[in-house]
Design a protein around this ligand. Sequence first.
Ligand code: BES
Ligand code: MN
Length: 465
Amino acid sequence: MAPTLKWLEQNDASLIGDLAKLVAVQSISTDGEHQKEIDQSAAVTCDLMRNAGLNNVQVLKTGQSNPYSYGEWLGAPGKPTIFLYAHHDVQPINYVADWKSEPWTLTERDGRLYGRGAADDKGAIVTQLGAISAYLKTKGTLPVNVKMLVEGEEEVGSSNLQGFFVENKERLMSDVIVVCDTGNVEVGMPCVTYSLRGIVALHIEVQSATKPVHSGTAGGMMADAVIALNVILSRLFWNHKKLPVPGLYDKVRKLTGPEKRAFRKLLATDEKLRSDNGILDGVELAIETKSNAHEATWRKPSITVIAQEASSIKGASNQVLPTAQAIVSCRIVPDQEPEEVYEQIKAVLVKDPPWGVKVNVKPAGAVKWWMTDPTGPAFSAAMKALKKGFGAKPVAIGCGGSIGFVGPLAELFGGVPALLLGIEDPLSNAHAPNESLHAGDFRKLTASLTHLFDQIGNLPDGKVK
Ligand code: BES
Ligand code: MN
């Protein structure tokens, strides 16, 4: 192993330079206005794949999808094949003024690398390619086969990904999946994620009249659509109890005793949770009284209003507004059924409309949850690799976010194990201003991936599950 690790140390600046090249491309997928940049980030990713020594490097597409960057190295016949996943698309810059350095210029401050996409998820591309390069540049060979896919539409729900996988099943077929798009509980603490939440989103529109009317004329007489909508949304206030949605918890899988104990051990203090999340003094943590932060965000459903629209503050005028809309997004957990959750929340929203306003609810997208048993040869290999790479004991954790393809892809490949390795940490600010990657963890994850190739390539009898 020594030469590969040494190569990583000697090429550290060049790897960080690769990350800077990727961060410089404004590959925002959420607004449909950066198609050129998304093509460009796919092209830059392909260049980096070629430089690392991957073969058959190309941009792939399906239908109207954004470009996928693909590359492979299949020079280890008889050895397991690892499917590596990351994404090259990013979130927009919504609060421009809050950025302390230019979002598209990778900037190092106090051991962190700042820039949009540095942590979510361009850093992952570079860790994976770093580990591949370390082998190919020093030994000319890898102990495993790799197939690497970097997606361009993860941040908008990966709607073409499953179709793409089915279409390219033979080409992509692998023995183990490695995804670097989740977090570590703490800087320096390597984590393997074994559960993801899903999402059920609903669009609600409230209508009271066919037109806005001067509030001097109609105020006090005409039903206010915005107030009606907010009366309805206020039904979702959980006030430290369970979410007030009948039936919502019926299928929620209980945590086992060992899980409860393991999660509790990883809990941060309330003070740290508040500071990591920027929660204001005097504002309570909204956790259900009998729960804790990890149970609540990893394995319990949650509801958030992610958008609300009626009229803008700028140019506001004295009118009673006739329509108002919102998107209600529910994170779902094992073993909730998305369709059932949709109906349960819809029932709460459409019940007894204030003033009899018209309420129209329709689906706004759904993603399945995923959960696996973090044992077996592939997981042991990952634990050993992370221990070597981080020099710290790895832990198995849950994740409150969603990565919809993991379950379906593992199934498509015939029930193969999926290893979700952390690249973010509590200060990464993914999707938010001042997104950053911890430079030390970036190096440790890259080293861990070289160890992982080694561990998986040398499993007793070659069995990954
Ligand atoms: N990297 C995140 C997933 C994640 C979220 C990991 C929180 C760790 C903590 C991923 O890029 C993401 O944001 N996924 C979306 C999926 C959605 C667009 C279907 C999410 O969770 O909202
Ligand atoms: Mn991501």
